[in-house]
Design a protein around this ligand. Structure first.
Ligand code: SAM
Length: 252
């Protein structure tokens, strides 16, 4: 839902995300774990063009990199930065049905905190979309953060009681950045990206799911066709979930 608004949020930031002195990629431990999974020559998808460190690692390992994103500007900027051929760039919203020509095509699908970007409504469809990109017996490796982000807690503390009720909805497991007020509140600082751009970016991201480990694993189980191989914690509070797509005939 509201995929276009969310995509605009990322195009507001564009290549400043990785060119302005901010590192928004995986924790070092997870970057190593991702790298360990990459095989030379294997078709490998990075979902989320902003995670250029991961895409670069895929290229350096000699794998066949494909980058998917729903935001045309950041996809173009990352594609240029990586020197990626047009037929390796895919404008796709993974919370929508995956185009047939991309289904079951990747031995490895990687995403860094992409799952935290989905709204609560879109979370099940997003997991199914990521699954559908994976070839039988292939791997889906995603980092996630469980619970509220530290920035969510800081924003929440700066809001009035009425604003808090709109911002954090524990009943649906969702924050809504679209309700951020105009006044000075503690927003994240991403390198040289201005406070004004950051406020517009967050507001356009709108609703994002916040979930526990059990809730996410239940959503994965309900999606079907994915077996959990590993759950690795990093010191920055993020978690790497490694899932294998089942290969049996008739599996989703
Ligand atoms: C990978 S996520 C998170 C990046 C970073 N690690 C962080 O935590 O902020 C951001 C990237 O995913 C893309 N993205 C977000 N939702 C998407 C969706 N539903 N389908 C495809 N790309 C999406 C955005 O356009 C952006 O390039």
């Amino acid at each position: 839902m509201n995929g276009e608004g969310k995509a605009r949020a990322w195009d507001l930031v564009g290549d400043h995300y990785w060119n302005s002195g901010y590192y928004g990629g995986p924790a070092p431990e997870h970057q190593k774990e991702f790298a360990r999974r990459i095989r030379p020559g294997a078709r490998t998808a990075v979902v989320g063009a902003s995670t250029v460190s991961l895409s670069r690692a895929v290229q350096q390992a000699g794998a066949d990199l494909h980058v998917l994103d729903f935001a045309p500007g950041i996809l173009r900027a990352a594609g240029q930065w990586l020197g990626l051929a047009e037929d390796r760039r895919h404008l796709v919203d993974v919370t929508r049905p995956i185009p047939e020509h991309l289904k079951r095509t990747n031995e490895l699908v990687l995403a860094d905190r992409l799952v935290n970007r989905f709204s609560a409504d879109d979370l099940p469809a997003g997991i199914r979309g990521l699954r559908d990109l994976v070839a039988p017996m292939g791997i889906l490796a995603v980092t996630v953060r469980f619970g509220l982000y530290p920035r969510d807690a800081r924003i929440h503390a700066a809001l009035t009681t009425a604003e808090q009720a709109l911002f954090w909805r524990p009943d649906v497991g969702e924050v809504d950045y679209s309700v951020l007020p105009d006044r000075d509140i503690p927003l994240p600082v991403w390198g040289a990206i201005s406070g004004d751009t950051m406020r517009k970016h967050l507001r356009a991201r709108g609703r994002e799911a916040r979930f526990s480990r059990d809730e996410l694993l239940l959503t994965v189980a309900r999606a079907g066709g994915l077996d959990c191989e590993d759950v690795d914690d990093a010191t920055d509070g993020t978690v790497l979930l490694t899932l294998r797509r089942s290969g049996a005939v008739g599996d989703v």
